[in-house]
Design a protein around this ligand. Sequence first.
Ligand code: CP
Length: 397
Amino acid sequence: MRVFRACGVACGGMGARARRRASRRHGDDSGANTRAPPWVSGSPYSWLGHFEWPPSTTSCMKGEPLSSELEPAIETPMVGKSVITLDDLSIRQIRELLHKAQYIDSHRKEVAHTCEGRVLATLFYEPSTRTRLSFETAMLRLGGKVIGFAGAQLASVTKGETIADTLKTVSNYVDVVAIRHPKEGAALVASRAASVPVINAGDGGHMHPTQTLADLATLQSRFGRVTNLTVGLCGDLTFGRTVHSLIETLCRFGNVNFVLISPDELKTPRYVLDRIDATPSCSYTEVKDLVSVIGDLDVLYMTRVQKERFFNEDDYLRLRDTYILDEAKMAKAKPDMAVLHPLPRVNEIAVEVDDDPRAAYFEQVKNGMLMRMALESSVVGDELPGYEPLEAKEVQA
Ligand code: CP
């Protein structure tokens, strides 16, 4: 049996034989039992060929190694900025977004016309409920409008149009784009072709930066901080892009002990582990058993096994129920542990856990919308009426 990663739009909707042919074209023909995609040990942008790794999209980071110890002294403004990973934002800018989201939540009427006259495009080449709807709701609640597609089948990609040409076109219509695509690096390609800010709403098994904004807001509201935490990440750590984004960003805030809980076949990619290794204040352990570590955790971040990134259904079926969080396991956890999950869930959290006050995953959903409101208004350059920037407040305090 083999675990193969789906190869994006090019393979979408293929039968098993066609997928096997495609997987050979993509070099996944080793005959190994279960195997990670090639980029797990290297660059998630490898299919792009000429793109460098680490990527230099990080306009505020100037391609430096990324850890809290190496935050740049000079940051670039948020206005007009594309967000492909959260490395594109400085820590100060992320803190400002957290602060803005809090303000938006308590000033819904005051901010309702902030983005009047703006248009957001949501280009979703992969299924989504939360991300697309919250990007769209965010713009609507700010007074703007929304166009886009949900599913590539009705877009001109089916006629062979490239991502770059699509973005050069859509840039004429809108002020900001949110794009989800099954290929790692697609959002980067989109941002380089577009003349308006592009926000990555999930690129294959790589990154999901706005989910991380929702996760950070949830940690901040539960603990009053996003540092000095023991964070367990459990499930599909290979393909779970939300995990990669969250680790990348928590490393920049620093002082996090990661407990990476997964079966051997779904371990964390090397490039993500390298990030932790490069951060002196952070550490990690890799384990297979959830029960033996749950009592140590401040945060348990559960993930779904990403069915859509497997080629072999038998492998998916074998791995999908490896971890099921239920009340019996919750009884071994700290009384204030927070359970996060990016959703959708399948079986990995029993419904009985929803009533446990430690379940924070529907709070994450709300925070996702608020953080996207903060981000969209910031990248188009519209100020929230009555909002006082965090920095100004801190100076006054
Ligand atoms: N968390 C998340 O990305 O959910 P959707 O796939 O529903 O957008």
